[in-house]
Design a protein around this ligand. Structure first.
Ligand SMILES: *Cc1c(COP(=O)(O)O)cnc(C)c1O
Length: 433
């Protein structure tokens, strides 16, 4: 079966697996095994040569199964299926999003290199970049949304380290504010500083948009990273990660993964295979619900500002990027309530259906307070700069009934103390005129 004859959602139940491999079982079994038996010593030798990168694989040669830290059928089938959504040449899966991210940094950066990264970033990634990479002699340079190509180039030149730029790392939209970065601009900047012997890589963490709503490889990215814990897993029951890109780069990551031991387990792979079957219908329902919730929030007098791609207007600076890069506004909303932390907490503590927990992309809706939770580690000054205010809450919308979600939000907003409501109703900020 050719891979592009059918759409990915049609292939998620069968691609990369044949029932005759497993007694006719329609589903791929869980290959709960640590090691695999070779047919001959010659075969074992050949498998190791390829797995350890000692020689290139022949065109027709299979990569034989060796040991579950190196490869396993559940892991490989998962990698094949994940590649379809982004039309990537190859994929490597990991035991967490953070191990996917850290393995990519360790493989593609070396002491003396400069890493440029978008801000704000996912907290774990930010910690790895700002506190761990510098210990290995890697210089770092942050940049924020809205910078033009010329401004980015100028920033790199001003750092005095332009010859050492090795990677540009971007999250777009940014978490939790939904700020957008133009990937074409980032790719152009990467090309500008590339030399014949050293290509500057563009790496995009696409977790926020899942594999459906933005395809960074189409806009010049070299690597796409997912926390598969989020939309791909989608049921708040696994931690996992993935990186996609060219055969050559993904092979390098797989070799490092083998030696770090950060591969995914057969059981987690199997759960993700199951999740992938419903990826598209889950994500579409989530986005549909999110649009309805966002419109409700925008019209509510106790809500100061809503950050949601589906509410961008043609006059907004981010609008052209949204139109070019995204297939959907997604299911992540952040918004500020009238007041500060106290009012935000009142709201959070009164939600009933929507659960107060970090993470995102699951079937159930989740809500959290970035300033004191996911982004608690950021300096106060930085939080202010990036709009992570005390009254900001972030919601990941699930597959529940949209009216039930709205009802839950409405009753929790009503729990915000009276003083604020009276003053906001009289304030010019009020949206009910
Ligand atoms: C959750 C998340 C990660 C980290 O993934 P884990 O699976 O928790 O290790 C990285 N990037 C983004 C954008 C995330 O939301």
């Amino acid at each position: 079966m050719k891979k592009h004859n059918f759409q990915p959602e049609s292939l998620m139940m069968s691609y990369g697996y044949r029932p005759e491999w497993s007694e006719g079982s329609i589903k791929c079994p869980i290959f709960q095994t640590s090691t695999f038996v070779f047919n001959s010593a010659e075969q074992g030798k050949a498998y190791f040569e390829v797995a350890y990168g000692l020689r290139e694989k022949e065109e027709s040669e299979p990569q034989g199964l060796i040991y579950s830290r190196i490869n396993n059928p559940d892991m490989e089938i998962l990698e094949d299926r994940l590649s379809l959504w982004d039309q990537a040449e190859a994929c490597a899966v990991f035991e967490s999003g953070m191990s996917a991210i850290s393995t990519a940094f360790l493989e593609f950066l070396k002491p003396g290199d400069l890493l440029m990264y978008s801000k704000p970033l996912y907290g774990g990634t930010l910690h790895f970049i700002e506190h761990i990479l510098p210990k290995w002699g890697i210089d770092i340079l942050g940049f924020r949304a809205g910078m033009s190509q010329i401004e980015m180039i100028e920033l790199i030149k001003q750092s005095g380290k332009q010859d050492r730029l090795a990677m540009i790392y971007v999250e777009s939209p940014a978490n939790p504010t939904n700020d957008l970065f133009d990937l074409t601009v980032c790719s152009n900047v990467a090309k500008q500083f590339s030399k014949s012997d050293k290509q500057v890589m563009l790496t995009v963490d696409n977790t926020y948009m899942g594999p459906l709503w933005q395809h960074p490889l189409e806009f010049g990215a070299d690597l796409v990273i997912y926390s598969a814990t989020k939309y791909i897993g989608g049921h708040s029951d696994v931690i996992a990660g993935a990186v996609l890109g060219s055969h050559e780069r993904i092979q390098r990551l797989k070799v490092l993964r083998t030696f770090l031991g950060s591969m995914i387990s057969p059981w987690t792979s199997w759960l993700l295979l199951r999740s992938l079957e419903t990826l598209k219908i889950r994500m579409e329902k989530q986005a549909d619900n999110a649009q309805k919730v966002a419109v409700f929030l925008e019209g509510h007098p106790l809500v100061k500002k809503v950050h949601y791609l589906g509410l961008l207007k043609p006059t907004d600076q981010a609008y052209p990027i949204y139109k070019k890069q995204f297939n959907s506004p997604g299911a992540m909303i952040s918004f500020e309530v009238q007041g500060g932390e106290k009012e935000a907490f009142q709201f959070l503590n009164h939600l009933d259906l929507i659960k107060l927990a970090v993470s995102l992309g699951s079937t159930e809706s989740l809500v959290q307070h970035p300033a004191t939770m996911t982004h608690a580690g950021m300096e106060a000054q930085e939080k202010e700069l990036y709009g992570i205010t005390p009254s900001l809450v972030r919601v990941s919308i699930g597959v529940e009934n949209a009216m039930d979600l709205i009802k839950d939000i409405e009753q929790a907003l009503e729990a915000i103390p009276n003083e604020i409501r009276v003053s906001s109703n009289n304030s010019p900020l009020s949206k009910v005129a």
